[in-house]
Design a protein around this ligand. Structure first.
Ligand code: ADP
Ligand code: ZN
Length: 811
């Protein structure tokens, strides 16, 4: 008897043994999904491998195989196991997170009324049981258990349900839910044999035969384009055995629209690009793990190096993954890829791609038909065959960090994956993460640099405006948005017929509603944040949980009616530009204006066609784009990112300002950048002003050393949340005690330090109270062991604890 080891999507590291019925024996292989009986249910499991022995004699058989081919290779499974261990996330959940979804099968429990209850029953249902019966009665006598729960607003119906079942008043039944994604198949028509010369056929039949003779077997959709009334013609020919009809799976590509560009101009790499490429090629040839940092200012030609590196990788029979920080950038990049590799199928994987297309692309990647993958962070999991190259563009970008479920950083994962595959990994950035640069100094990564912009375009001139000085001169009621310098600069730029970009940090900047009489601020019911005013839609809304109400006209506290909006958000900023410059064409780019499909591209196209003079926006506008006529970039405030309570605040600020500044002056005209701030003397600003990465690094690394922050230590950030404030606080104290007990010696020897707990920056979110607890230490093994124990015990204390493992602990 052969058995298999199966992982399932449950919050435990346990795997399960199943037997394979004779009929399925030949088609069970690791990497496929199977339908298995699990408790009373049937769920999807992942086949990890064979096991020959089992100590139990009640091993159940799998019900069915869900995939026709495996979804990952053996090395991929090794990698997925590492992920699961490293991020302390159960293997079954990890696989569920990673693999393309939609074809998961799961049975649901349905509850139905038993109509013929036995006579003379002397049992009366309790009031809560009666409510269950009432709801069922109202719904034709049958409902899925999950809906029943929702309707009754109760989580735990277990006791009532089983009592009613015992009484024979209701029955339970398992039904399979339909999968969301299925294979797409198409009918293929082929000529079976040459019809005799004198065969009697209609004109249409003859034409179709002629077509098949010329083009070979053809999908029915192709024939439809040429002929009318296709099905009846085919049936007639099939009956006479002249054609055969078969079914073939069709591949659903990414469906992304390419941006049409007037031909790809021939680019000859400059000296810096060339020597970077030589190093990378050496890495590819070495067949060993080769990590490198490609440090180049914005517009220095990094993307050209990536393209050449991929060409070299493909020439050596390898596959490549290229990660980008912003999914909106993939169409742009794809255009360049398509121009460079016209005969290569390129996959695009990110959350904006439909499930079915992700599923199809995934399988082509695994089989090796697709060798190049572009995508957002999750594309790093793609099972690329013979992986030789991974590129992480803008490796410092925070969007590589996933903050929910499995809390991973795709940049770190890329390093590990490259190590497992003995591949080359290029981390590209104009502003490398401090940790990344530190690793080049330590000799862990090779350092490749592109110190100049292509065609020797100058970097923009950066000016800093001290907003403290502005306040004194200007004496206005409404908040001061523009300094005189920025206002003048906008006017000048528009006069010259050039374009302006105005950047407002998404975090911390929004317009909220205040009662003028009592000072009441409208806040979210579920989160400790004020609600954001959306003048356009006449609502105030929470940006964390989406709670929203109509803009109120009366204060709930003092019943006054003088409600005013305060603060500056992108909408208000746009308004202010319109007020100051009435004839100027202004557009706004933020999560609000880009939520509709294609909206982002429309704004970018309009900017490119010069139908926009001033673009106002959030982080979204800082990445990637290349607009030659933007000559002025204004940063409304540099302070919000400086004030975030994180040891990386300065690093983030420097990166952000440098990226924003990089948007300016990419064409012939020189660029100008104006940064408004209340902290004009902060080193992050001063170094950003002089485009001095190394200077910034020098300052920052000394501070980190002094405070023993990463890269000189490792930090685990425990996020603790609970729906009850008091239970949460108790739980945290208990957790702290556990840490103290487990690492008594380590703490005494100074190997581990506990910082906190403290309330999280947003101390209530979606109805849950939140805290943070930092554990600082040098030895990653001690830290990991500690985290594992804490997380295991968290289940027993009923606390919700998530651990951020930070960063690159395995190097
Ligand atoms: P980055 O990715 O560093 O921002 P890109 O690779 O996008 O830089 O290059 C910026 C611009 O310079 C692009 O328009 C690109 O086509 C052009 N470019 C890159 N390398 C060269 C080169 N060697 N010669 C001429 N133009 C180049
Ligand atoms: Zn909220």
């Amino acid at each position: 008897m052969m058995f298999i080891e199966v992982a399932v999507n449950i919050p435990s590291d346990k795997t399960f043994t199943y037997a394979i019925p004779e009929s399925l024996k030949t088609s069970v292989v690791p990497g496929k999904r199977v339908l298995i009986p699990f408790g009373k249910k049937r769920i999807t499991g992942y086949v990890l491998g064979e096991t020959s022995v089992t100590h139990r004699d009640d091993v159940k058989e799998i019900v069915d195989i869900l995939d026709s081919e495996p979804l990952f290779h053996n090395e991929d499974l090794k990698f997925y196991r590492w992920l699961s261990r490293y991020y302390h996330y159960p293997l079954g959940k990890t696989l569920h997170e990673i693999l393309p979804g939609g074809i998961h099968l799961k049975s649901n429990t349905w509850v139905s009324l038993v109509t013929e209850t036995s006579e003379g029953m002397d049992y009366r249902p309790s009031s809560s049981q009666q409510r269950i019966l009432d709801v069922l009665n109202r719904s034709c006598g049958i409902l899925p258990l999950s809906i029943l729960r929702k309707q009754l607003g109760k989580k735990d119906l277990g006791r009532d349900i089983s009592a009613l079942q015992k009484m024979g008043m209701i029955a339970l039944e398992e039904r399979m839910a339909k999968p969301g994604v299925t294979l797409k198949k198409e009918k293929i028509i082929a000529l079976s044999h040459e019809p005799p010369e004198d065969a009697r056929m209609t004109k249409k039949q003859r034409a179709l035969i002629e077509f098949l003779r010329l083009h070979g077997p053809s999908p029915i959709s192709t024939l439809r384009r040429t002929f009318t009334n296709i099905p009846s013609t085919i049936i007639a020919l099939e009956q006479r055995r002249m054609v055969t009809v078969s079914e073939k799976e069709v591949y659903r590509g990414h469906g992304q629209r390419a941006i049409i560009k007037e031909g790809d101009r021939q680019i000859i790499l400059n000296e810096d690009q060339d020597s970077a490429l030589k190093e990378i090629t050496r890495g590819l040839d070495g067949n060993t793990f080769f990590p490198c940092l490609l440090h180049g200012v914005t517009g220095s030609g990094k993307t050209e190096v990536y393209l050449s590196a991929i060409r070299e990788c493909l020439a050596r029979g390898g596959g490549a993954i290229c990660l980008v920080p912003e999914i909106a950038l993939t169409p742009q990049l794809m255009t360049r890829f398509n121009a460079r590799f016209p005969n290569e199928e390129i996959a695009i994987l990110h959350s904006g791609i439909t499930k079915s297309s992700r599923y199809d692309q995934w399988r082509r990647i695994r089989s090796g038909e697709t060798r190049v993958v572009i995508g957002a962070r999750s594309a790093i999991f793609a099972p690329v065959k013979n992986l030789k190259l991974i590129i992480v563009d803008e490796e410092h970008d925070t969007s590589y960090k996933q903050e929910e479920r499995m809390r991973y950083n795709a940049r770190d994962v890329a390093i590990m994956k490259a190590q497992l595959h003995r591949a080359t990994v290029i981390l590209g950035s104009a502003t490398p993460a401090i940790h990344t640069y530190y690793n080049t100094i330590k000799g862990k990564y090779s350092y490749l640099t592109l110190p100049r912009r292509t065609e020797d375009r100058p970097l923009p001139v950066v000016e800093i405006v001290d907003m403290k000085q502005e306040k004194k001169v200007e004496d206005r009621e409404s908040p001061l948005i523009f300094s005189r310098m920025l206002r003048e600069a906008i006017r000048d730029t528009i006069k010259k017929g050039q374009q302006v970009l105005l950047f407002l940090n998404r975090r911390g900047f929004h317009t909220f509603m205040v009662c003028q009489r009592c000072g009441y601020v409208f806040t979210c019911l579920n989160c400790a944040v004020s609600l954001t005013y959306h003048a356009g839609r006449g609502i105030i809304k929470c940006h964390y949980c989406d709670f929203s109400i109509k803009t109120p006209s009366e204060c709930p506290s003092c019943h006054g009616d003088r409600i005013r909006s305060y603060g500056v958000g992108t909408e208000r900023l746009e308004e202010e530009v319109r007020r100051l410059f009435p004839d100027v064409r202004v557009a706004r780019m933020d999560s609000d204006t880009t939520s509709k499909k294609g909206a982002y591209e429309r704004i970018i196209d309009a900017l490119r066609r010069r139908e926009i003079d001033v673009l106002v926006g959030t982080q979204m506008i800082t990445k990637g784009h290349d607009f030659p006529d933007i000559t002025l970039v204004g940063v409304i405030s540099a302070d919000t990112s400086l004030n975030i309570p994180d040891f990386r605040a300065s690093e983030r600020t420097f990166q952000l300002l440098t990226q924003v500044a990089g948007r300016g002056g990419r064409g012939k005209a020189p660029g100008r950048v104006i940064i408004q701030t209340f902290n004009p003397d902060h080193y992050a600003l001063i170094k950003a002003k002089s485009h001095d990465y190394l200077g910034f690094y020098g300052n920052e690394i000394n501070l980190r050393r002094g405070m023993a922050y990463p890269p000189f230590s490792r930090i685990v950030n425990l996020h603790v949340s609970s729906s009850s404030k008091s239970r949460g606080m108790e739980g945290i104290e208990k957790t702290k005690l556990i840490i103290r007990e487990e690492s008594y010696d380590a703490i005494r020897e100074g190997k581990i330090e506990i910082v906190g707990p403290a309330e999280a920056p947003i101390h209530k979110l979606k109805g849950k109270y939140r805290w943070q607890l930092l554990i600082k230490g040098k030895d990653s093994r001690i830290l990991h062991r500690l985290v594992r124990n804490i997380l295991e015990k968290a289940h027993t204390t009923g606390l919700d604890i998530k651990a951020d493992i930070d960063p690159l602990n395995f190097m």
